[in-house]
Ligand binder design. Structure first.
Ligand code: CA
Length: 221
């Protein structure tokens, strides 16, 4: 799985990168809050392993910001601060687990396995964002509580945005997911679908739903 390791202590970072890679995980290692934010905006991870004391901020604030902006990746906090109060604070802002330092690689791997098991049990079937509710099982969409009728393609488009929190999605990525192809899709077609979806949702919501990022793609607000 894809793991983002946020740890500024060099020896520990190297140990995590090597240890997790040897267990067949793909590891991206960053050393600051800023780099962690950049990495997270760029791509989706299966798990984030997060140190609390970082050179440019606090891991707890980072988790709080992520949760507020819709990033729902599981977060495992690693920290020498193992007081009960810190542990509770971390879990309260939305971290999923806590492992006090020092720990062994085996312990970390066991925590990761437990987290993933829990994730797959709790896998969300209803996605919600800013008044828009998408039911993955029922294939229905509600805006401010009222049903909105979407075509299959419009629904698929909206689902990609809802699954990706507030990320800016590139045209290429959207096209590949919707048309499951890697050849150049007529991007005008994408714009047509986007404007229809936008009109339906904004009509029901009464405010902007998407932001167009010129030359790049779209962002669900
Ligand atoms: Ca640190």
């Amino acid at each position: 799985m894809k793991v983002l390791v946020v740890e500024d202590e060099l020896r520990l970072g190297q140990f995590l990168r090597q240890g997790l890679s040897e267990h067949a995980h793909t590891v991206t290692w960053v050393q600051s809050c800023r780099e962690a934010n950049d990495a997270l905006v760029e791509t989706k991870y299966d798990l984030i392993v997060l140190d609390l004391s970082l050179p440019d901020g606090d891991g707890i604030d980072l988790v709080r910001e992520w949760r507020a902006s819709g990033f729902n990746e599981p977060v495992l906090i690693l920290s020498a601060r193992d007081s009960l109060e810190d542990r509770i604070k971390g879990l309260d802002v939305g971290a999923d687990d806590y492992l006090p330092k020092p720990f062994s690689l085996e312990e970390l791997l066991a925590h990761m396995r437990a987290l993933l098991r829990r994730q797959s049990v709790l896998k969300q079937t209803v996605l919600e964002r800013n008044g828009i509710k998408l039911d993955l099982l029922g294939h229905t969409v509600h805006v401010n509580g009222g049903p909105v009728d979407l075509t299959g393609r419009e629904y698929a488009l909206l689902e990609i945005f809802m699954q990706n929190g507030g990320r800016v999605l590139t045209r290429t990525l959207i096209s590949e997911k919707i048309w499951s192809s890697h050849y150049e899709v007529d991007t005008n077609l994408l714009d047509v679908y986007m404007s229809r979806l936008r009109a339906k949702l904004e009509g029901a919501l009464g405010k902007p739903v998407f932001k167009t990022v010129r030359g790049i793609g779209y962002q669900l607000l």
